[in-house]
Design a protein around this ligand. Structure first.
Ligand code: DGJ
Length: 468
């Protein structure tokens, strides 16, 4: 026993030329390196020393202004109407929340969420000080002087015409309920398309995919649902391909639809609808990666998770590859974008037309794993942040030439009159450390923070070439 003890070697590793390190020294060195790496990552994110982030600040100091926090103050008006003390005792009045106020079409502060015609933005008449300024929530007119109808939409930059095309739900019809308990709806009219060179002045290109008036069995029959259309261009086939959410009035068909056109301004030929990968599919988007592979992302399993999978070469169908992501999180309204090789996504919760809290997610590989980084909304006030500025994500548009700078596009739904839903466009940046320790990286801030900044009024910095 003693002999064995005497000859027992301490746990050491022999390295070159016989130098000896104890196990604990190695462990402490590794820990030290990890701590240093962590500090480096934090400093790098805080100081923005990554080439890209630094360059966008130094080239365009106006970007810094866009990251300044703008506060909002408003008060919930006192409850209307007198109640007898007996009535109050029988059923105490539930305290009104700001979301109740938002949803109440006769609210005294309605104008705050849905400012009237007088404050409409008319790019053709808006000279001087307001030129090129976005006013989230105000009515936004096209070049014919009509409110833009492109809800739940997305934007395609067409390299060939060097134009931006904004596609969305054309909802200029009456809002009604198909059943007593059914959600508010507008009959399908079609997909509206608007073109622009400067992302501010939009020309109506008409309805590029129209509803079907007579054939009740057609997916696009007016009594059905067509939501969240998105268009991507296929270089190989030279076709513009539109994907959209197709449903019946009760949202039980839960499918995606596909349409195709030779021109960005249509007309689009409707091809078919299906349940992708055999699963129910509601809110959706498509994303085209730098290598030309496009992906479909959709809420599935009764909105409890998202599915993501590549499209085939023609972008006309899904393939057999599909990955389940954000499982159990109950997210919808996905808006996916990419920055410096990392994929980011903003999603909403599932509360019908009512606003809720956005979340930002990130992934090193598009098929996952995806991690949740937290609420990206900054400014306004706590309520603004918890309601995504009273809006719901629909698309994130990269601003070519300004890496790290994006436009966050959202819908402020007016469920009492859906055609009067407003657009909330805000600056989104990818910079700084994510504020939650993440699951797969031992707490290292691997991803940058996605931030969406509230502004009552803002514009893309004037140096942007798209403005010229
Ligand atoms: C929330 C979705 O994001 C919208 O596109 C729409 O489907 C509404 N639900 C309907 O209530």
């Amino acid at each position: 026993m003693r002999m064995r003890n005497k000859n027992r070697k301490s746990t050491t590793f022999r390295c070159n030329a016989g130098s000896r390190y104890s196990f604990s020294t190695i462990i402490w060195s590794v820990v030290g390196c990890l701590v240093l790496l962590h500090i480096y990552a934090l400093v790098r994110h805080k100081g923005g020393t990554s080439g890209d982030i630094q360059s966008h600040y130094s080239w365009h100091p106006q970007f810094r202004e866009l990251e300044e926090v703008e506060d909002e103050n408003f008060q919930i008006p006192p409850p209307r109407g007198k109640r007898s003390p007996r009535a109050a005792k029988r059923r105490p009045r539930r305290s009104t929340t700001i979301i109740d106020e938002f949803l109440d079409e006769s609210s005294q502060i309605r104008h705050f969420f849905f400012p009237g015609q007088k404050t409409a933005i008319d790019p053709l008449r808006e000279g001087g000080n307001n030129s090129f300024y976005y006013f989230p929530g105000r009515i936004w007119l096209d070049t014919d002087g009509n409110p833009i109808q492109a809800h739940g939409g997305g934007i395609l930059y067409d390299e060939r015409s060097r134009m931006y095309y904004w596609y969305g739900e054309y909802k200029d019809g009456p809002t009604y309920h198909a059943h007593k308990k059914g959600p508010a709806r507008v009959d399908i009219i079609g997909v509206g398309c608007y073109s622009s060179k400067d992302l501010w002045t939009w020309k109506n290109e008409g309805i590029v995919l129209a509803a079907e008036g007579t054939n009740i069995t057609h997916d696009l029959h007016i009594s059905n649902v067509l939501e969240r259309p998105k268009v991507i261009y296929n270089e190989k086939t030279g076709k513009y391909v539109m994907w959209m959410h197709i449903d019946d009035a009760n949202y039980t068909k839960a499918s995606v639809g596909v349409a195709v056109s030779d021109s960005p301004v249509g007309p689009f030929d409707y091809l078919y609808s299906k349940r992708p990968h055999g699963f129910d599919s509601r809110d959706m988007t498509v994303f085209k990666d730098d290598d030309g592979v496009a992906y479909l992302v959709y809420s599935s399993e009764e909105n409890s998770e998202l599915h993501i999978g590549p499209l085939n070469e023609e972008y006309l169908d899904v393939t057999d590859v599909m990955s389940r992501i954000l499982v159990g999180l109950h997210r919808e309204a996905p808006a996916l974008f990419k920055h410096q090789g990392t994929y980011y996504m903003v999603t909403s919760g599932c509360t019908g037309w009512a606003p809720n809290e956005a979340l930002a997610h990130a992934a090193g590989s598009i098929l996952g794993p995806w991690e949740t980084m937290g609420n990206p909304c900054i400014g306004g006030n706590k309520i603004f942040q918890h309601t995504t500025f009273f809006a719901q994500s629909t698309f994130v548009l990269p601003l070519h030439g300004y890496p790290g700078f994006f436009i966050f596009m959202a819908d402020r739904w007016n469920r009492a009159d859906l055609r009067d839903s407003r657009y909330v466009w805000l600056p989104l940046t990818v910079a700084g450390a994510a504020d939650r320790p993440l699951d797969y990286n031992f707490g290292f801030p691997l991803w940058s923070r996605v931030s969406i900044f509230w502004h009552r009024r803002w514009r893309i910095p004037s140096g942007w070439t798209g403005m010229k």
